[in-house]
Design a protein around this ligand. Structure first.
Ligand code: PMP
Length: 442
């Protein structure tokens, strides 16, 4: 290519003309920028192009869906049926206030120093004992405390996944897991999560792609509420054992059932030691404790602990001690009995309100546990249209698309039925019905 040489004055004049036309801007001490790309000027600090310094591999696309959601949920006057939160009015505050006062009155230096990365040992013991009662074959050494099961998911991702690795997820599945695996540049294979567990598809994936792991919620799946029956759990484990597949079983809702107790967890039934269990107190008690757990073989726990050291050394002593005191007084089971009763009432109320106010434009199957109604829109109505219309009538939900690794879910949505008292839930469903009828009549 020919090299064109121009004088300094010609170049300066050319820059000046571009600047006069508003096509570029010059910053003293920083350089010349194409106008639209110039970083905004921070009033009193030197200009740092922050977003250009973030590592290119950071995937911000899907996290923006979440941010938008949270924004719409918190808008004034909106009844939020989006977030998967227990009702703060049902938090066992009487006990936690008392236990917290006792704890703070007798704190000593040892309580405020570092504790092992794997967690406060007495809590690990009492938790492992609780899990053993539920059929798990675990000791405290197989049980690690994490800052919410979200951190467990992070540790699993960090320890097992390299860019390009295949991960099987259900379709639909938990948004946070899609985001986590995508941010690690894993490739997601979708396993349909309705009806019978499609073992033929799963086996095909296992043979063809040699995936690193399967992420699955066998009990009260988020978002669709599905429970995998016991026979299918055994079949899944048999296939997994044959292919030495690692299964990550996420089970935040297993104790929140409104009819029969669900079947034993995969981790409890696991004959080959390939299941990693994730659990949390966020839904049974409250999310602000940031306390969850991972159950896995000791070798895996040790590797997770190394990784957790990089993040936070260990989860908060105070949360762990408080929880330990709560569990030691044997208060959790009574609490669970009372929230199950209340959430069942709310589920039934929302189910009949949905039939009354949202038929025939919306259909659902009754969830037997967990926090959500997973709904399908009929009559050609799209979830995006409904989201728009519902913002006007004053109710929010999570659009189905958020739960798919591919572009499905355009006619689905998730409603949380536990966070509010009955009148507010009823009003929320009425508002949803109003929005649906506007669209249905068009
Ligand atoms: N997994 C699932 C399926 C969830 O629904 C949630 C909470 N929305 C989490 C993990 C994370 O929960 P936490 O970090 O609060 O324990």
């Amino acid at each position: 290519a020919a090299l064109l040489s121009v004088s300094r004055t010609t170049a300066i004049n050319a820059y000046r003309q571009l600047e006069e036309q508003g096509l570029i801007s010059t910053r003293v001490g920083s350089g010349t920028y194409v106008a639209d790309l110039a970083p905004p000027i921070q009033p009193s600090s030197p200009t740092v192009p922050w977003s250009q310094l973030f590592t290119p591999s950071l995937n911000t696309q899907s996290s923006s869906i979440l941010r938008e959601l949270i924004a719409s949920t918190s808008a004034e006057g909106i009844i939020p049926l989006a977030a998967g939160m227990p009702d703060p009015a049902l938090y066992p505050l009487i006990h936690f206030n008392r236990l917290f006062s006792q704890l703070s009155a007798h704190l000593n230096g040892a309580d405020l120093g570092h504790i092992p990365t794997e967690g406060y040992v007495p809590l690990r013991r009492i938790l492992a004992a609780r899990l053993t009662k539920k059929g798990y074959n675990v000791t405290p050494d197989n049980t690690m405390i994490v800052s919410g099961s979200q951190q467990g998911l992070y540790l699993i991702t960090k320890v097992f996944l390299e860019p390009g690795d295949y991960v099987i997820v259900e379709s639909p599945t938990y948004l946070g897991a899609i985001q986590m695996f995508s941010a690690a540049n894993a490739r997601l294979l979708s396993l349909p999560a309705s009806g019978r567990l499609p073992l033929d598809i799963l086996e095909d994936y296992l043979i063809r792609y040699r995936p690193k792991l399967l992420y699955i919620m066998p009990t009260f799946q988020n978002p669709n509420g599905r429970v995998i029956p016991i026979e299918e759990r055994h079949e899944l484990l048999k296939l997994a054992a044959k292919h030495r597949l690692v299964i990550v079983e996420d089970d935040p809702y297993g104790e929140l059932y409104y009819g029969e107790q669900p079947p034993l967890s995969l981790k409890a039934l696991d004959p080959y030691g390939g299941v990693i269990g994730l659990g949390t107190f966020s839904k049974m008690l409250f999310p602000g404790l940031r306390t969850g757990w991972v159950t896995a073989p000791e070798t895996v726990i040790n590797r997770f602990a190394l990784e957790k050291q990089y993040i936070d050394l260990h989860s908060s002593n105070l949360s762990q001690k408080l929880l330990y005191d709560y569990l030691t007084e044997d208060l959790l089971d009574d609490h669970l009995v009372s929230v199950r009763t209340e959430y069942k009432r709310r589920r039934d109320l929302v189910a009949s309100a949905l039939k009354r106010y949202c038929s025939p434009h919306l259909t659902f199957t009754l969830p037997t546990g967990g926090f959500y109604f997973w709904c399908t829109l009929n009559n050609g109505i799209l979830t995006r249209q409904l989201l728009h219309e519902a913002a006007k009538t004053g109710v929010s939900f999570v659009p189905g698309e958020a739960f798919y690794a591919d572009a499905s879910g355009a006619r689905e949505l998730r409603l949380c039925f536990v966070t509010h008292p009955e009148e507010k839930l009823l009003e929320g469903v009425k508002r949803l019905g109003k929005a649906l009828h506007v669209l249905g009549n068009n």
